[in-house]
Design a protein around this ligand. Structure first.
Ligand code: CA
Length: 267
């Protein structure tokens, strides 16, 4: 946790005597916030919703599930909170005063924010869904909604590893864009076949970790036959020729007897 997070914008859960401070936030010192017993599940969420009734209803339900929930009643407040605090999940309304949900989402993804984002909105047009998924949403739910469904969707999102949500991967001077599948090294575009790309993306999204040939085969080839593991070596050779050979700094490392690891430092 950074010092900037020492003070967080939060409304304590279920405090009595709250009235209509729709967009007012008390700055609650973190210690006090934790002492209030909110953060217990270890998962922290931000709810950006200008309709107080909906926000309070959702927050109450989630807190009963032992999630820590912060609320922002308008877009810019949501942006400030999301960019200063690390959330596991953000529930985002689209029509918001100050800054629209879609714009907030774009800003977050530009800043490489990895939080899962579930859009919760009255807008049910396909074009809205497409636009927001393209902006980086992980799920989209329309109002009116049942809390039980919202909860299972949230749980499903929280089960996914955070790296799966990052559109841009960067390891040293190697860059991958998972949306366009573009790969660059030192700013220079590298053309890969689709299997080479899949292999590189798997290595890059687990950068620093040793991946066995079996893991690689299962992930990249959707097969688990032992005799396919040789194919991994062949493809790694292809990748090295394109990614590493032109550069002095090697990123793909062989871990003898196990498999491969992608990273800046060789061990
Ligand atoms: Ca709204």
């Amino acid at each position: 946790m950074t010092t900037a997070q020492g003070n967080i914008y939060a409304r304590a859960a279920g405090r009595k005597g709250e009235r209509d401070e729709l967009s007012a936030f008390a700055v609650v010192p973190l210690k006090k916030y934790c002492a209030a017993g909110i953060k217990e599940s270890g998962m922290r969420m931000l709810l950006v919703e200008d309709e107080k009734k909906v926000a309070d209803f959702v927050a109450r339900g989630l807190r009963a599930e032992r999630y820590a929930v912060d609320i922002a009643y308008e877009g810019l407040t949501g942006w400030n909170m999301a960019s200063s605090t690390e959330y596991d999940l953000i529930i985002l309304d689209l029509m918001l005063p100050g800054l629209s949900g879609t714009e907030l989402l774009r800003r977050l993804r530009r800043q490489h924010c990895n939080a899962a984002v579930l859009v919760l909105t009255a807008r049910d047009a396909t074009s809205d869904k497409v636009e927001n998924f393209e902006a980086g949403a992980d799920d989209y739910m329309t109002k009116p909604f049942a809390f039980a469904e919202l909860l299972v969707r949230i749980k499903a999102l929280l089960r996914r590893p955070p790296t799966a949500r990052t559109q841009q991967l960067q390891i040293g001077d190697l860059e991958l864009d998972r949306l366009t599948q573009q790969v660059k090294r030192a700013g220079k575009r590298i053309e890969l076949t689709s299997k080479e790309y899949a292999l590189l993306e798997y290595l890059a999204s687990h950068a620093g970790r040793v991946l066995s040939r079996t893991m690689i085969v299962e992930h990249v080839w959707d097969e688990s036959f032992e005799n396919l593991t040789n194919i991994v070596d062949v493809y790694v050779r292809h990748l090295r020729a394109k990614i590493d050979d032109p550069s002095a700094a090697k990123l793909i490392h062989t871990v003898r007897g196990v498999g491969y690891r992608l990273g800046e430092v060789s061990e």
